[in-house]
Design a protein around this ligand. Structure first.
Ligand code: ADP
Ligand code: MG
Length: 243
């Protein structure tokens, strides 16, 4: 299997704070990786380095064949391959749902609009938002916004989609709909890296589980095994609080 993301001895600092400590991690094509761990442990930092939103201080980070630590690397080439869905602020508020999904392929990929419309409609149907194409983000619920954000990522035909707690700002009744869409994405064989508090998703949909604490990978396991028999005391403590 070809690695699609590879960290080699990566360190990241915010001033004096050592946010990522000697990270070594290889993610293969098609893997669905959940990252869980306490608040402030560096999960967002880790995932944000993967598309260059956070620069690293040392080590090597290769994403879809491009070296992020190399100043000559064109970050836009990586971002064509790597989509990202955040906790919130995912859509352009002054554009309709359909425009939101059509925009990046038009501007970044220079794809023609009739194709963009076709692809956008296809994914908006998949995420259950085809009846809202002319709505603006302010007219949508949080769960609907996240589903459109996922459709927008998919429309770029990315190799990887990064998710940073996509359901944690949502009302409970909307979480399931978004998780269903994420499950659909996983079934398409797209590589996914998901920071999540949804232990059900981590256990059932992902095929790899990373437990992160204090800037380090403490466990990197099969999810079922992790939840049944955590290796570390830190993970046991964490699980006793969240489950
Ligand atoms: P998590 O996503 O696991 O909650 P983060 O990656 O957001 O953790 O944060 C890891 C640590 O880095 C925390 O101590 C946080 O306060 C700090 N941090 C995050 N972003 C910044 C930043 N832009 N500047 C300074 N410190 C930051
Ligand atoms: Mg975070």
């Amino acid at each position: 299997m070809a690695a699609i993301i590879e960290f080699k001895h990566v360190d990241k600092y915010y001033g004096k704070l050592h946010a990522l400590k000697d990270i070594n991690l290889k993610i293969d094509e098609g893997q669905v990786v959940s990252i869980i761990g306490p608040s402030g442990s560096g999960k967002s930092t880790l995932i944000r380095t993967m598309n260059g939103l956070e620069p690293i201080n040392s080590g090597q980070l290769i994403v879809t064949g491009y070296d992020l630590a190399d100043k000559k690397t064109d970050i836009n080439k990586i971002r064509k391959n790597v989509g990202m869905v955040f906790q919130q602020f995912n859509l352009y508020n002054n554009h309709t749902v359909l425009e939101n999904v059509m925009l990046a392929p038009k501007i970044v990929l220079k794809r023609p609009d009739d194709e963009n419309r076709k692809v956008a409609m296809e994914y908006l149907e998949k995420v259950g938002m085809a009846d809202k194409i002319n709505s603006y983000p302010r007219q949508l619920s949080g769960g609907q916004i996240q589903r459109v954000a996922i459709a927008r990522s998919l429309a770029m035909h990315p190799k990887v989609i990064l998710f940073d707690e996509p359901t944690s700002a949502l009302d409970p009744e909307m979480i399931e709909d978004v998780l269903d869409v994420m499950k659909y994405v996983a079934e398409q064989g797209i590589t996914m890296v998901v920071v999540t508090h949804e232990m059900g998703f981590a256990k059932k949909v992902s095929n790899r589980l990373i437990f992160f604490d204090k800037g380090q990978i403490l466990e990197d396991r099969n999810p079922e095994e992790f939840f049944a028999y955590p290796d570390t005391e830190r993970a046991r403590q964490f699980l006793s609080k969240v489950i």
